[in-house]
Design a protein around this ligand. Sequence first.
Ligand code: EPZ
Length: 448
Amino acid sequence: MDVFVIEGGRKLSGSLRVNGSKNAALPLLAATLLTDAPVTLRDVPELSDIFNMLRLLGELGVENERDGTTIRLQGVDETEVHARYDIVRTMRASICVLGPMLARRGTARVSMPGGCAIGQRPVDLHLRGLEALGARIELEGGDIVARVPQSGRLIGDTVFLGGPFGSTVLGTANVMSAATLAEGTTVIECAACEPEIVDLADMLISMGARIRGAGSPRITIEGVESLGGTDHTVIPDRIEAGTYMCAAAATGSTIELTNCPLDAMMSPIDRLEAIGVHIDPTDYPRGVAADNPMRRTCTISAPEPLRSVQITTQPHPGFPTDLQAQFMAMLCLAQGNSVITEKIFPERFLHVAELTRMGAQVHRHGTTAVISGVSKLTGAPVMASDLRASAGLVIAAMAAEGTTVVNRVYHIDRGYEKLEERLCSVGASITRMSESELSEQGVNALGG
Ligand code: EPZ
């Protein structure tokens, strides 16, 4: 297993281009199951989750040719309908293949995803949505087995996708994708409004789907007989962009971001401005509409000291849970007490104990954490637990005094393409090494 050895206290400067979004790309890739025509996807980030999805699609008869971040996919064999446990257990987002495969092939068998480090993650809303379209669903040997009705096609209906924590992003992706090939009209109420859903709808529309309202809580889909191919560029990753913003703020630096989806980042930008961070678009003068508000150039600058704030995670356009850990890491160094309330994944606080090892003052009470700012963090061996928690630890380490060893960085590789190389290109000091290389150098990886 690899670790990151991070020397803290370096200022950042320079420019970073934001990559294509992982969470947009995964359902887009799964949607290629809806057609046997060629689909080209551009700006797909090179990440282990993406490679796992390509492996799963390969097992399901969708071949791919990859040229860097451009992937050409085509379904060549539609007989296999089983997404096996071996792959699904490595990546929960495998559930995205359920709706497309069911709609196109008439049957889908997908291993039931288990829990993960950020808590219980049920799929009841996905199943309820597909059942509302007439699917017959059973659980067999740990697999979800879904079949279309006797007529051979799903049937459009009104589907309510609200749960105890709001809507479901991948559930909306599953039901919307499946409904494109259903007979009649489907209305999804309480649909997820995330930009990744809008990107999926845009791609499906370019394949011939009839979809209105994506990005709002009501999406209407008029089913069609079949979908064709397309050439689609994935939207930039708002969570990657937000992570770089926090890294700049925590280290008191100024950096430029290009290909930055500012239009999808109103809530994190609002909180960053309250903290005292300046985010200045530099591509168009103030008051002039950008050609593409999802691909902006901006400068992030952070005069010290940072101010404390209150943050509550919510479904989009509220504050994203996927930036909670990174903001917490930054707020460890803000003046005063900050309060973070997690309303999407109530257990998503595994980074708290690790930040505390670095000198942070964080007290968790249920779904709320109170962060009392300290004047400095100090390097320590810490353990990455999930993707975003790990990104938070990297930010804390970059801002800390001394050396931090972040263990288990495979979590980071799931969602950040070459994070260490990119941050080093703007002045960070992060070295990737194996645990054995580390012990040869006499650095304690596991912290004892
Ligand atoms: C997506 O997961 C993202 N994953 C997550 O990003 C992200 O944290 C999450 O949306 C919320 O924004 C991908 O896009 C691949 P949900 P998803 O269904 O769709 C509950 C990352 O770090 N719920 O919107 O699986 C659920 O437990 C990852 O990149 C049900 O109760 O999340 C949660 O409390 C982690 N029943 C809430 O809804 C269901 O059937 C939102 O989950 C489904 C979900």
